[in-house]
Design a protein around this ligand. Structure first.
Ligand code: AMP
Length: 594
């Protein structure tokens, strides 16, 4: 990054965060003036553009409400101003919860510029804390593009990440280890294998390892663990495996892969070590950090990542969604549990719906920088007086909010579905900790358990596994109501640190894990359990590779691998079958919760 861009980026950040209110008001005014005549807004605003009218008349909506309008655009209805005055240039495929079909979010040519300017800001912050990475070497970023889908209108639908990968195509050879052909390979297994191969070949140049989400980095390490001998053999002979049939990948390999027995021996020696503790530093000795999102549901993967990275910092640099909200982590070197994102006020117009289940921490200090894994409690407190959505600058530290966005993509007061907690302010702009998804609720009676509640409870229980030599690599949940009373089922995929067998898991410890989860869940759950309205919680341990199969299922249904997040609660029956058919052993909580 050029020095001028860097200075300009930091200056812009100061200006944006200082003038947040004015920028937000101006942005809303521009969106309304431009789109007041659209079919959708006319229904509520009758051509007017006042902020107050917007707040009283335009309803707060979820995707399902806008879907009929979006579908009409996607189906090519001639009328051009259904949701937006500007022509729609295409659609983003949002994975959101990864729970179902991807959503279509329209975009226009204008929205691309906002994304570009936020990338400059984020890079300036990174340069401030980590130096000029681009000059120091290459990034081994695991990237997976999803092919565009054509809608009946002829407009393309693509994952935001895929468009970003396309936009950096020219810089790939200089800044990244993965060639374009591997990122755009349609077979994600071949793509992953080849990206690892290219990363290993260029190991001396690698200064950063990452992917958008932490789960993908770990997936990369699983593939490496299963394939390192073959990768070494490819490096030794200079010939890529026969299992790589994609012509793009083979051509890319033919340009760079030369017989290198020395490198193959070196890598082979490192990988054949009994423990992979700190392996990243050994394989890629110049790595400065792991760049990947480790917050929210990704928090569960930090322990395993830390195991591999041997003290390298885990950097969660941004929060973003296809709907356009963007937040930057201004302290990229802080611990994953302390990460907060400063929202950029020029990206979209934000509103925040206070959540009745208010987040209260035990001491105000912990509100500022606390992670779910820390000594923090999320309790339920009804607070009816302030349920109205508030503007960006009016949120209160320590409180949780559901995010609404209004943007120039045709979304008006749209529920993104994310829950955020205010941790502080940078100038006049709030900083948020990502708490979880609002609509992922596990429940078997009238009680509801949020993603954050469940994550916190699972994090508590998994500490019991450490002395047994097992790591929890993935989990998900399911509310089983097939018998009465219903009960919570938690699927766990475990990895033995050093050759232990999952079948030999100590039942006493595993039962205690079930109870520990129950002890850590919210008051209503525990009360219902004591009154036998909910039956004992069950942990089902599944075979290695089960969550890989689950991911393949969701990717086959349209999710982008780069944006994929394991669903915290399973709804589709087919997905449940994938899990149930791979269960090795089951444990139940032997006692009622404390
Ligand atoms: P998508 O719908 O595929 O664009 O994915 C966006 C969603 O990913 C957001 O709405 C969040 O739920 C999640 N997400 C994005 N950034 C972060 C982050 N930094 N921490 C936790 N979750 C995130």
């Amino acid at each position: 990054m050029a020095n001028d861009d860097y200075e300009a980026g930091l200056k812009m950040l100061q200006e944006l965060t200082t003038n947040a209110q004015q920028i937000q008001d101006r942005l809303l005014c521009e969106i309304l003036v431009k789109n007041a005549g659209t079919e959708y807004l006319r229904r509520f605003l009758h051509g007017q553009t006042h902020k107050q009218l917007f707040k009283t008349n335009v309803p707060i909506v979820a995707y399902e409400h806008l879907k009929p309008y979006i579908d009409r655009i996607a189906n090519g209805e001639a009328s051009s101003d259904i949701l937006l005055a500007e022509p729609v240039a295409g659609f983003s495929l949002s994975t959101g919860t990864s729970g179902g079909q991807p959503k279509l979010i329209p975009f226009t040519s204008e929205t691309t510029n906002v994304t570009a300017s936020s990338v400059t800001l984020y890079r300036s912050v990174m340069k401030k804390h980590l130096g000029d990475i681009d000059e120091a070497g290459k990034r081994m970023e695991l990237m997976f593009a999803k092919p565009d889908v054509e809608t009946p209108s002829g407009l393309k639908a693509s994952a935001v990440s895929s468009r970003i990968f396309k936009s950096i195509q020219a810089t790939l050879p200089k800044l990244y280890t993965s060639p374009f052909e591997t990122i755009f390979c349609r077979d994600t297994k071949q793509s992953m294998y080849c990206q690892l191969l290219f990363g290993l070949i260029q190991r001396d140049e690698v200064i950063m390892i990452g992917s958008i989400f932490a789960s993908t980095v770990l997936r990369g390490f699983k593939v490496l663990e299963n394939n390192w001998q073959e990768l070494c053999s490819n490096i030794r002979t200079g010939q890529i495996s026969d299992q790589i049939t994609d012509s793009g990948c083979r051509t890319a390999a033919s340009l760079i892969l030369k017989p290198n027995p020395e490198l193959a021996d070196l890598i082979g020696n490192i990988c054949s070590c009994k423990s992979w503790d700190g392996i990243i530093r050994k394989l890629w000795p110049k790595t400065k950090y792991i760049g990947t999102i480790c917050t929210g549901a990704m928090m569960q993967y930090t322990a395993e990542l830390e195991f591999y990275c041997g003290g390298l910092p885990l950097v969660s640099s941004f929060y973003g969604c296809s709907e356009g909200a963007i937040g930057i982590n201004l302290e990229p070197l802080c611990k994953p549990s302390d990460v907060s994102y400063t929202f950029l006020p020029d990206a979209v117009y934000y509103e925040f719906v206070p959540i009745k289940e208010e987040c209260i921490t035990e001491s105000p200090k912990q509100v500022e920088f606390s992670g779910v894994s820390q000594n923090e409690s999320l309790e339920t407190k009804s607070n009816d007086e302030d349920t109205e959505p508030v503007d960006l600058v009016n949120v209160k530290p320590g409180r949780c909010y559901e995010l609404l966005v209004t943007n120039s993509k045709g979304l008006y007061r749209y529920r993104v579905g994310d829950v955020l907690m205010v941790t502080g302010f940078h100038n006049n702009t709030p900083q948020f900790r990502f708490v979880g998804r609002q609509n992922i609720a596990l429940g078997v009676d009238v009680e509801r358990t949020s993603e954050a509640d469940l994550l916190k409870a699972v994090m508590e229980a998994k500490t019991l596994l450490d002395p047994l030599g097992f790591i929890l690599t993935e989990y998900t949940s399911y509310g089983d109501t097939s018998s009465t009373p219903g009960h919570y089922v938690i699927f766990w995929e475990l990895k033995a640190k050093e050759g232990n067998n999952v079948k030999e898991l100590d039942p006493k410890v595993m039962e205690e894990c079930c109870s520990r989860i129950e002890d850590s869940l919210h008051f209503t759950y525990r009360m219902y359990r004591k009154e036998n309205i909910i039956a004992a919680l069950e942990i089902r341990v599944v075979k290695q590779g089960t969550f890989e199969a689950l991911m393949s299922y969701f990717v086959s249904r349209g999710a982008s691998l780069s944006q994929y997040k394991t669903p915290v609660c399973i709804k589709p029956k087919e997905a449940l079958k994938i899990l149930d058919s791979r269960v090795i052993t089951k444990f139940f909580s032997p006692r009622t919760p404390i």
